[in-house]
Design a protein around this ligand. Structure first.
Ligand code: COA
Length: 169
């Protein structure tokens, strides 16, 4: 497994995030706006308050930015959260997203005490479906016509992982 670390996202990551979020696949498959401005990005970063939402840069052992990994709003009462991820184009195809998703799942179960995490993957995003599958998630089914952004609605595969299913490292 490729060696990655999660470090909290900060404004120091703005240039790397702007570059990663300019990628057509990121624009297509994530909810980032079609034109990502630095102002929008700073607001997005401010939302990771370490209670309701968490966000990390996925970096290599030398600290180089490879991608990002984020939670949706954490349901503390229900002990659940949605996990999301994106990898910079130059770092794709060598397991970075899978390792990053597993690192988030370990954080969720071992540090945050969550009991269920999900990944919502657009139908037609086989690379991301493969990431969820390789990280040990189970495909539960398809959520239909979910609001994506603006007037766009998409079908989303719902994948989930429970603590007992976390692959050994
Ligand atoms: C999806 C994404 C995160 C994958 O990142 P990555 O670091 O390349 O992923 P990994 O290397 O861990 O795994 C990719 C898997 O998808 C497979 N894959 C890649 N392209 C594929 C395709 N077109 N069809 C089927 N499988 C594909 C790879 O073979 C690999 O699986 P394997 O290891 O079993 O062979 C990256 O492409 C990305 O950032 N896309 C844009 C944003 C996005 O879609 N985010 C997810 C939103 S749910």
């Amino acid at each position: 497994m490729v060696d990655v670390r999660l470090v909290p996202l900060t404004v120091a990551h703005v240039p790397d995030l702007l570059a990663a979020m300019a990628d057509p696949e990121v624009l297509r498959f994530t909810r980032t706006p079609h034109v990502v401005t630095e102002e929008w990005l700073r607001g997005w970063l401010a939302g990771f308050d370490g209670h309701d939402r968490f966000g990390w840069a996925v970096v290599d052992p030398a600290g180089a930015f490879l991608g990002y990994a984020v939670t949706g709003p954490v349901d503390h009462e229900g002990a659940e959260a949605e996990l999301g991820y994106a990898v910079a184009p130059a770092a794709r195809g060598r397991g970075v997203a899978t390792a990053g998703l597993l690192a988030m799942a370990r954080w969720a179960f071992h540090e945050a005490g969550l009991l269920r995490v999900t990944a919502l993957v657009s139908t037609g995003n086989p690379a991301s479906s493969a990431v969820a599958r390789r990280a040990g998630f189970t495909r539960e089914g398809v959520l239909r016509s979910v609001h994506h952004r603006d007037d766009v609605r998409v079908d989303l595969e719902c994948w989930s992982l429970l603590p007992s299913e976390l692959p050994a490292t």
